[in-house]
Design a protein. Structure first.
Length: 323
């Protein structure tokens, strides 16, 4: 195992790489080549969200899962082939949804500006617009990302923080992407919308340490409620991550975490670090919440992770296939 000294150097080098590449992004990148791209993306996304508002959460998650593996290069969208198993087939990604929305937006953009706008940029814009359309925060999305040509199943397993991660693992994962401990606390707030399969947290209810026990950090009354919904080995039932307001982007997630009702171990882990715990308490109790403003800042940082710019990568014609 690498020493802490070498690990720190590696994280610093990754951060430098992320920052240097992100400088190739800019607002208005397609001003001359496809000036209507943002309008097309928002109009197409709005049609989808007006019919299925619950797709906002999966689209945001799709963007997150893309950026944490190889950077925000659209590699999560690539299909597996006979010779290669891609990221989307990794266990953490098998529950991802929203690919059809990205294809729909891409097709609309291609009709107007063929071969100009990357799938990575379209994913970043669609995620932002989907969240804003359900009255969530809005953030700046500088453009100019290029699409990656590589997508490897094992890299998703290595890079995506699992729902059972502890605070040390979470902080290390985010640090490797040039994201701070505050970014971890802020971006965890995306769990204010959406649902999860029972299998992602059922061990907390039925077999936490392998002795048919429950997670002591989870509110006992909440365990009873979750058990009534999720039976052992249930792979299909969905549970709301923020019960009562899972369609609304708000600070309620932090209220739940503060009450020891976060659905995942990774949610509960936010109470195990002084900085993340303080952020949870602040958002759970403040009336002039900074959550939207903080979320916008953190999303702008996340959207710049490991991007390909300039002549790197390609502009895919279809998001699921390398040219």
């Amino acid at each position: 195992m690498a020493s802490p000294k070498y690990l720190a150097v590696f994280i610093a080098l990754v951060a430098v790489f992320n920052i240097s590449n992100a400088q190739g992004l800019k607002l208005g990148f397609y001003r001359k080549t496809c000036p209507s791209v943002e309008a097309i993306v928002k109009t197409t996304t709005a049609r989808v969200i007006s019919q299925a508002p619950t797709l906002a959460a999966p689209l945001l998650r799709l963007h997150f899962h893309d950026c944490f593996v190889r950077g925000c290069d659209g590699s999560v969208l690539i299909n597996s082939t006979r010779n290669n198993q891609a990221e989307k087939d990794a266990i953490p990604n098998q529950s991802l949804r929203g690919y059809g929305v990205i294809d729909r937006v891409k097709s609309a953009v291609e009709k107007k500006c063929p071969g100009v706008v990357s799938c990575a940029d379209i994913l970043a814009l669609t995620a932002r617009d989907a969240v804003s359309l359900i009255k969530g925060p809005i953030w700046k999305v500088p453009l100019g990302r290029r699409d990656g040509r590589v997508s490897i199943i094992t890299e998703a397993l290595i890079n995506l923080p699992p729902p059972f991660a502890n605070i040390t693992q979470l902080k290390a994962s985010f640090a490797s992407k040039n994201l701070t401990t505050k970014d971890l606390a802020v971006l965890s707030g995306s769990h204010t919308i959406g649902t999860s399969h029972c299998s992602s947290f059922s061990s907390r209810l039925y077999n936490f340490t392998g002795r048919n026990d429950t997670d002591p950090t989870l509110d006992p009354n909440y365990i009873i409620r979750l058990k009534s919904k999720c039976k052992p080995a249930d792979l299909t039932t969905l549970a709301e991550m923020d019960p009562g307001s899972f369609k609304t982007f708000d600070e309620d997630y932090y209220t739940l975490v503060a009450k020891r009702r976060g659905l995942f171990q990774s949610d509960a882990a936010l109470l195990d670090d002084p900085e993340t715990k303080a952020y949870v308490k602040l958002q759970a109790t403040s009336h002039g919440s900074t959550f939207f403003k903080d979320f916008s800042k953190s999303m702008e940082k996340m959207g710049k992770i490991g991007v390909l710019t300039g002549n790197a990568g390609e502009i895919r014609k279809r998001c699921a296939f390398v040219n």
